[in-house]
Ligand binder design. Structure first.
Ligand code: ZN
Length: 340
């Protein structure tokens, strides 16, 4: 089965750092999601030399492992960046038991207690470092992104759902087993909409890309004159979120109100995280963060409005600068950190 297709060598730099490491070495960073498996050959400065992608056969555990191993093998053999491959970093959606390298379960993939780290390591013949995808993305921000040099920060990935990562004293905080920082599933409104986890009013149910689309659809139904009205009812959630962002950029009332709604709740969630962790920085990543200042300005307003002034005033809130490569670059950052 041809598992993946290589893409054009991007040569996109994710930021300079980590001087002193050997230039002609790379790691393979892999973002293991429910829709796609994305991989890249990444240098020690975060530069992406070559990208690979395969659809996720997410309903079958063995096929999923085979597809993952095939993408890794293709990335190892490809040679982009010309370097020796030192290690593999895997950022996997789901609950990851860090010490044992086991994926306990994932919302959209048929993983059940898969010893993913040892399986991929044996089959690829390389050292493998595994963590939850949001922890990996946070590690990418710390090594190559907007959190470089920041030891205490909270990371949120805003997409179909909301994932979280917490850095304390320069290290990922994982909790007892590795499943800490499920920041999308803190309850912010117990009477709110039902979340993917089955509970009500999680931050994810109120402030994710899915929530943005749901709120936009509701507002558009009330406002047939809205620019968005003609765009609603599509069957591609990704495109729909982008359509909401485009309409908001054009000043559409309903789209702007939908952004205000998710920003309000996101701000309330962030207030709670700042009150608990006293971070220097809160980083917003994921697809929705690419709508930039549409989101950032109103989130900052919501935090200022709902937080305790003396606690939230000095915490910066910034957007990720790693764009669509955040997942693979984050997984690569774990591998670089893992091999020291
Ligand atoms: Zn939830």
């Amino acid at each position: 089965m041809p598992a993946s297709k290589g893409r054009e060598p991007g040569e996109a730099s994710a930021g300079g750092a980590a001087a002193g490491r050997t230039r002609d070495q790379v790691v393979i960073g892999v973002d293991v999601g429910g829709t796609n498996i994305r991989a890249a050959r990444v240098g020690s400065d975060g530069r992406v030399f070559q990208r690979f992608e395969s659809p996720s056969p997410a309903r079958d555990q063995e096929m999923m492992v085979d597809a993952l191993v095939a993408v890794v093998a293709e990335a190892v053999a490809a040679g982009g960046g010309r370097g020796e491959v030192r290690a593999v970093g895997l950022g996997a959606a789901g609950y990851v038991l860090h010490e044992t390298g086991v994926v306990m379960e994932a919302p959209n993939i048929a993983w059940r207690d898969v010893p993913l780290r040892s399986v991929v390591s044996e089959r690829a013949g390389l050292a493998v470092f595994l963590d939850n995808d949001a922890n990996a993305a946070a590690a990418g921000e710390h090594l190559f992104g907007v959190a470089r040099g920041v030891d205490d920060f909270v990371y949120l990935t805003l997409g179909t759902g909301i994932g979280g990562g917490i850095f304390i004293d320069g290290k990922v905080y994982r909790g007892r087993r590795g499943t800490a920082a499920e920041l999308g599933h803190v309850t912010v409104d117990p009477t709110g909409p039902v979340c993917g986890c089955g509970r009500r009013g999680c931050l994810e149910a109120l402030a994710s890309g899915t929530a943005l689309e749901r709120e936009a659809e509701r507002l558009v139904a009330l406002d047939p004159g809205s620019v968005l009205h003609g765009m609603s009812g599509g069957d591609s959630p990704g495109l729909e979120g982008e359509a909401v962002a485009r309409a908001a950029e054009e000043g559409d009332r309903a789209a702007l109100a939908a952004f205000e709604y998710v920003s309000l709740w996101l701000g309330i969630g962030i207030v709670n995280f700042i009150h608990v962790f006293d971070p220097e920085l809160v980083v917003l990543g994921g697809g929705m963060a690419r709508s930039g200042h549409l989101l950032l300005d109103s989130v900052r307003r919501s935090v200022a409005e709902h937080g305790i002034g003396s606690l939230v005033r000095d915490a910066r809130i910034e957007l990720s600068c790693l764009g669509g490569d955040a997942g693979v670059v984050g997984a690569a950052a774990m591998a670089w950190e893992g091999i020291g």
